[in-house]
Ligand binder design. Structure first.
Ligand code: NDP
Length: 325
């Protein structure tokens, strides 16, 4: 249950988990991305303050419409030097009429749920209807969330996972199989994991590509999720160039999309290679996949509108429950 502190509703991680299912999150995020693309909600480019090697403070502001709720995600992203990153902070929601802060939500938990939800919504919009095999590169917190969320939009018959450490990967495969009831196997390498997969998710903290376009079969849908700043890229320029490249938010990917920026710097794509924003695809304004053989990529950076839309939903649910009592 959220706590009320001086009129501010506070959702800690447990309260977020208890209230927000991956399925509900998918619907919220999908609507938020449509509203972002059609201009109903606004967000500024996020800004980063470096706090020394591997430590960043990110400020991500957005407004959910005129006279509607607004606010920001304030989050520290601290790398431990071993390839792990923590996301800690708060999403703070202001009331659009009074201008007062009304709700504060654990940012780590919202991020852990809304990110796979966004990938699942994108997969639903871009993967082939018969896509039944998933490969996940990375075995951290986002990895399990992605398996759970993707399984809600496609009937998966097999899941392959790859991580740098074979023992950790095997343990993760076992945990994911137990958690989801799916057939999850640990692959020996990233190439082996993605071979023949119809859906691929990259959710690593790798700074340089761990996925090559040459390994991806025609017709595959790929979610590039792990690189959330310009200095990181999980996939090579070949994948970017070969794919119908759909992004979560064009201005952000032009500024911070590591894979796209490296492909552009290599001269293999220009800005026009960004075919659409996912919100345009969801709204039916831009086509998603245009052939069964096409490779589609969804580049996810993660956005304040997603966090704020989730916070606004959590707050509205609580207010509704309070009204009823
Ligand atoms: P975790 O720290 O829980 O997991 C990180 C994973 O990345 C681990 O499996 C780790 O491997 C792997 N990894 C690190 N370095 C490398 C490397 N060089 N090569 C291969 N694998 C590597 O983080 P999360 O799961 O929470 O997040 C994963 C990534 O997603 C992060 O980069 C994070 O910033 C990003 N992210 C993106 C969001 C978005 O909206 N797009 C939102 C949230 C997170 P091992 O287990 O072997 O150590």
């Amino acid at each position: 249950m959220p706590a009320s502190v001086g009129g501010l509703m506070v959702f800690d991680a447990a309260a977020v988990r208890a209230a927000l299912s991956p399925e509900v999150a998918r619907g919220i995020v999908r609507e938020a991305m449509i509203a972002l693309s059609d201009g109903r909600v606004r967000q500024e480019l996020r800004s980063f303050i470096g706090l020394g090697e591997g430590r960043t403070f990110a400020i991500m502001p957005a407004a959910l419409g005129e006279r509607a709720a607004f606010g920001a995600k304030l989050v520290s992203v601290f790398a431990d030097g071993q390839g792990h990153k923590s996301h800690e902070g708060v999403v703070i929601l202001f009331d659009g009429e009074s201008g007062a802060p009304v709700c504060m939500v654990d940012a780590g938990e919202v991020t852990a749920i809304r990110t796979p939800a966004a990938s699942a919504a994108a997969t639903d919009g871009l993967a082939r209807n018969d896509a039944d095999s998933l490969a996940v590169l990375g075995v951290g917190r986002q990895a399990l969330g992605h398996i759970v969320a993707i399984a809600q939009v496609r009937e998966l018959t097999s899941v392959a996972v790859w991580g740098r450490d074979p023992a950790r990967t095997a343990a993760f495969a076992q945990e994911a199989a137990l958690e989801t009831g799916l057939n999850v196997r640990a692959a020996e390498g990233a190439e082996a994991a993605v071979a023949g997969a119809a859906i691929v998710c990259t959710v690593t903290a790798a700074a340089d590509p761990i996925l090559s376009g040459a390994w991806i079969s025609p017709g595959t849908h790929v979610n590039l999720v792990g690189a959330s700043g310009p200095a990181q890229a999980e996939a090579d320029a070949d994948l970017v160039a070969r794919a119908r490249f759909i992004v979560d938010h064009r201005p952000h990917v032009l500024a911070h999309g590591g894979e796209f920026l490296r492909a552009k710097a290599a001269g293999v794509v220009g800005d026009g290679h960004i075919a659409a924003e996912i919100g345009e695809v969801f709204a039916g304004i831009a086509p998603g996949r245009t052939s069964a053989e096409q490779i589609t990529v969804y580049k996810s950076l993660g956005h304040a509108v997603q966090d704020l839309a989730v916070a606004a939903w959590l707050y509205a649910q609580t207010m509704k429950d309070t009204d009823v009592q």
